[in-house]
Design a protein around this ligand. Structure first.
Ligand SMILES: [Zn+2]
Length: 398
């Protein structure tokens, strides 16, 4: 099957050129010119890019509830699983063909990953962390299916092994407090101590995988980098020193700047949230834009991540993160696209498999009608998606 008549994006050069793509066996089998009699999908005049990669999602969390204190109160377990399956479908249909879930809910996300791989349901390629490893926390009752409490290095090793035994692909730890937390918890305070973070990294290393560290606090970011965590999630209070350390150690930053934007864009929705959570979002929004600017200028490897799953931050509009990187944080469109393709693929260890339109790579292809280098918001109107060689969306056919 050929995808014919489009402009193909070269992520490395940052430019489009005319070409056709042949999909076969789930892969990009050939790039060239489609023979006139070959079966083809007409994508005349469209702009084709590799499928995008979101490095920070929570497919199991109800985003329609503004109440941070257990968005699934009184829900049936199967309701959560069905929500996660719908979220996965929304991800792939908006152009996210690979996603890293960094905090599931009672392992429903692992079941969704398996159902996608089996071909039962539509969704992106998923990498999952299972539950989030946390110190004893006042916030655990807010997310009862998401936290695994473990204090001290030995307990952290056990908790990390437990996630892997339940099918996790990586380990997620809380190096600092969270924004969506109780009023007793501070995002600018550290949680896990260096020896506990190192314990998580040891178990990840043993199992050929990596640790993603949630870290807002300056000291937590530093601890995560020095412990060998592969990515710093959020990085809100990053400093000149921490960004320099990230460059030195090759640590990736996954900024998730669209969380506050998504939460605050509907004032009626935001008004229903816990007052301390609303205040934190308002306060943090500008800090995060400024700090991502600084990280970019310092040369930090930034991998795109949305944190869909936070209140109001729904699966399906993930490309708003890429747009905000350009509009608020000084990224050139080509660099923002690299964050969501080649750099994200490197973070996941899949850079020989995804992130480029290249012969032999996975058949993950998206298409838009307008040139995203001229208008980055064109990416929010993806009309065609192929995931692992299967066409899951083509709005030109009615
Ligand atoms: Zn998150």
């Amino acid at each position: 099957m050929w995808l014919k008549g489009g402009q193909l994006y070269d992520v490395d050069n940052g430019s489009f050129a005319t070409g056709d793509i042949r999909l076969d066996g789930g892969r990009i089998a050939e790039i060239g010119r489609a023979p006139s009699d070959a079966p083809a999908v007409d994508l005349d005049g469209a702009y084709l890019l590799p499928g995008f990669i979101d490095c920070h999602v929570h497919i199991c969390v109800n985003t329609e509830s503004a109440d941070g204190n257990n968005p699934w109160r009184d829900a049936l377990p199967a309701t959560i699983a069905l929500w996660a399956a719908r979220a996965a479908r929304r991800l792939v249909r908006c152009g996210i063909t690979t996603a890293r879930d960094v905090g599931g809910w009672d392992y429903h996300e692992i079941a969704v990953r398996e159902a996608i791989e089996t071909g039962w349901i539509e969704g992106p390629r998923l990498l999952c962390s299972g539950k989030i490893l946390s110190i004893t926390s006042s916030t655990r009752p807010y997310y009862p299916g998401m936290y695994e409490e473990a204090d001290g290095p030995d307990a952290v090793r056990h908790a990390a092994r437990k996630q892997l035994a339940n099918g996790a692909n990586l380990i997620k730890v809380l190096a600092s407090g969270a924004v969506n937390s109780t009023k007793y918890e501070r995002a600018d305070a550290i949680q896990y101590r260096p020896e506990e973070l190192r314990a998580a990294v040891e178990i990840a290393d043993d199992n050929f995988t990596h640790v993603a560290a949630h870290a807002h606090a300056t000291e937590a970011i530093k601890n995560a980098i020095l412990a060998g965590c592969r990515s710093v999630e959020h990085g809100t209070y990053g400093s000149d020193e921490t960004f320099r350390l990230m460059v030195e150690h090759g640590t990736y930053m996954v900024p998730t700047i669209c969380t506050a934007h998504a939460f605050l864009q509907d004032p009626a929705f935001a008004a229903k949230a816990l007052p301390h959570a609303r205040e934190r979002y308002e306060y943090l929004q500008t800090i995060r834009y400024a700090n991502l600017n600084k990280a970019r200028e310092t040369g930090v490897k930034v991998a795109m991540g949305t944190d869909v799953g936070t209140p109001g931050n729904h699966c399906g509009d993930n490309m708003q993160e890429v747009a905000l990187m350009v509009e608020r944080c000084g990224f050139a469109p080509a660099d923002a696209i690299r964050s969501a393709t080649t750099i994200a693929a490197e973070l996941l260890g899949l850079d020989e498999e995804i992130g480029r339109l290249k012969q032999g790579f996975a058949g993950d292809v998206i298409a838009v009608d307008r040139n995203p280098l001229d208008d980055i918001n064109a990416l929010r109107d993806v009309f065609f998606v192929a995931a692992r060689g299967q066409i899951v969306r083509n709005d030109r056919i009615h």
